[in-house]
Design a protein. Structure first.
Length: 83
């Protein structure tokens, strides 16, 4: 895996926090930023999907009396979106 360099603009307060963290931990700024990004993306991927939420709320399959081809038959879309 090749590493890529990026540039990031930080506010003065965020830069100060980063410098303080490097002093406390002895890690480099790049290490801290990499760790923070890794943690951010791991947290982002752990939440339920929109499908999972809709299914839990009972919205998936709630149209029992509707045609089975409602989502694929273009005839049902005729006039949709027109006033």
């Amino acid at each position: 895996m090749s590493e890529r360099r990026i540039s990031v603009r930080l506010s003065a307060s965020l830069k100060l926090k980063l410098v303080e963290k490097t002093r406390r931990t002895g890690l480099g700024e790049s290490d801290i930023v990499r760790d923070a990004l890794t943690e951010y993306f791991e947290k982002e991927d752990t939440g339920p999907s929109a499908y999972d939420i809709a299914k839990k709320m009972g919205l998936i399959g709630c149209g029992k009396s509707l045609p089975s081809d409602l989502a694929t038959n273009k005839a049902y879309m005729e006039g949709f979106g027109r006033d």
